[in-house]
Write a new protein. Structure first.
Length: 186
């Protein structure tokens, strides 16, 4: 998968899609194999060191916080408040969500929540090279988040992880399309 492109991974069900995403993010360790991003193996890296961001299905925003507070959580990492505020303001302008900063997640439309989740991930201090966008049955479609991610940074690669091939059929032609299947043991 190349920078500026999109790819799709289709899992058999939601649990399998979640397990795949957890492996990429470093929340689980693979039994075998390696994870390589940009030619560099990251299999044993801590989640915070990986240059992989996540836009969860449903956005995963904390409902009791404003959009600005949700973004600040990703930007802080023991930094000066003025730096965090500047980072949040920069990302809000970049993603054109500055009008939502005082809103709570439940006051936003689905696509707006996904845009905020994308901005939150991009607020991280570790630059993101790959953006994983979850698309799950039961949640709104991910198309707006994929478009916004591709528009946010021309060097960003976007990987959609879904549990339903038909939900991503109308995505602008992804460069790669994988399907996770169970292989019977010999």
């Amino acid at each position: 998968m190349e920078s500026g492109g999109a790819a799709v991974v289709v899992a058999a069900d939601c649990a399998e899609a979640d397990a795949f995403t957890d492996l990429l993010l470093g929340l689980e360790m693979p039994v075998g194999g390696r994870i390589i991003v940009g030619g560099q193996e990251i299999t044993m890296w801590l989640p915070a060191e990986r240059e992989i961001g996540l836009v969860p299905a449903g956005a995963g925003l904390l409902p009791h916080l404003t959009v600005e507070q949700n973004l600040a959580l990703a930007a802080r990492d023991d930094l000066a408040p003025s730096f965090v505020h500047g980072r949040v303001a920069f990302m809000a302008r970049r993603m054109d969500i500055q009008g939502f900063l005082r809103s709570r997640p439940h006051e936003l439309a689905h696509d707006e929540r996904l845009g905020v989740a994308l901005a939150r991930t991009l607020c991280r201090l570790v630059p993101v090279k790959v953006m994983v966008v979850e698309d799950r049955t039961g949640c709104g479609p991910c198309h707006a988040a994929v478009s916004a991610a591709l528009g946010a940074d021309p060097g960003l690669a976007v990987l959609v992880v879904t549990d339903d091939r038909t939900r991503v059929a109308s995505l602008a032609s992804p460069s790669l399309f994988w399907e996770i299947i169970d292989v019977p043991e010999p």
